[in-house]
Design a protein around this ligand. Structure first.
Ligand code: GLU
Length: 308
């Protein structure tokens, strides 16, 4: 198992930026949609070690907004597997499913600023619109939303909502950026100072049709509400931070530091996935691996405060 990285290796040092005086709070925020594998173990251990080395706190948060995909048995397995791995965290564990009122309050605030619009498009509508314009701009997740519903007139919007047409809420990113007095910065411990490019994903969905929030909104609101000062997560979520930085500015939230760690890959260089049960912590455990062996396989061996 290897840890891949897109940014230069700064080695095993924890770096001078962190110290107990800064009250480091890190977190691991899995979604209970499957069993944890070695990649999750890597993420959780990096996060816990960073907190430990700085005399700070490590939190666990269950990101269970997607009720259709989350399962109580995966939640139980997450808690058991992390404890087996040797991790501990303060109770109570935050569950995003219990935080809908906080997300609603954030949406209300953005709505009052005139920065949200209802989007009635189906996936098919969006695909058709994109197919019709060959130069559609792309973001990290593929083609950007073409903005169809941004231009709907208010009466039409009101009619559709009154008629009960399902809709998501999107952020009008251009309007949001126009309110910013200057560039938005954030700091990544590996990649250094970043200037946010929140338009990267286009007009992101902040409340889904089926769920009254979204990943971007919930994670930003909760990291602030839990006092997280160092967001630790995989490099696959690096680009999302550009959007989160804009949401922090719009919602007057504190700006944490970030540590986007390298991703664990298999022998063929592929990222580990939840469906890859061979690398599930549970499977390793049942096959007789010890927690210390699992920590080493996850790229965070004992006695080496590795923060890859
Ligand atoms: N819940 C997300 C996941 O399981 C991680 C969110 C984050 O760390 O920002 O991929």
């Amino acid at each position: 198992m290897t840890v891949s990285r897109h940014s230069p290796d700064r080695g095993p040092s924890l770096g001078p930026a962190l110290g107990p005086s800064q009250d480091i709070v890190t977190r691991f925020a899995p979604s209970p949609t499957g069993l944890l594998h070695l990649g999750h173990a890597h993420s959780a251990l990096v996060s816990a070690r960073l907190a430990e080395a700085a005399g700070g706190r490590f939190l666990l948060r269950l990101e269970d907004i997607d009720v259709g995909r989350c399962r109580p048995e995966f939640e139980t397995a997450i808690l058991e597997d992390l404890a087996w791995l040797g991790l501990s965290w303060p109770a109570p564990v935050w569950r995003q499913s219990a935080r809908m009122a906080a997300y609603r309050a954030a949406l209300d605030r953005l709505e009052a600023m005139g920065l949200l619009y209802p989007c009635f498009c189906t996936r098919k509508d969006i695909q058709a619109e994109i197919a019709a314009s060959p130069s559609a701009p792309h973001g990290p997740d593929g083609p950007l939303y073409p903005g169809t519903c941004r231009a709907l007139d208010p009466a039409e919007r009101a009619d559709r909502i009154a008629a009960g047409h399902p809709h998501a809420l999107r952020l009008d990113v251009a309007a949001a950026l126009a309110r910013m007095p200057g560039p938005l910065l954030w700091h990544d411990r590996a990649a250094g100072e970043q200037t946010a490019r929140p338009a990267l994903f286009g007009d992101v969905v902040l409340a889904r049709k089926d769920i009254p929030t979204s990943y971007h909104l919930a994670v930003t609101v909760d990291d602030a509400a839990q006092g997280v000062t160092l967001v630790t997560r995989g490099q696959d979520l690096f680009a999302a931070t550009h959007v989160h930085r804009l949401l922090q500015a719009l919602l007057d939230l504190p700006v944490p530091a970030y540590h986007h760690h390298g991703l664990l890959t298999d022998e063929a260089g592929r990222r580990l996935a939840k469906r890859d049960n061979a690398r599930a912590l549970r499977t390793l455990r049942e096959a007789g691996a010890s927690p210390a062996e699992a920590r080493a396989m996850a790229g965070v061996p004992d006695g080496n405060p590795r923060t890859a």
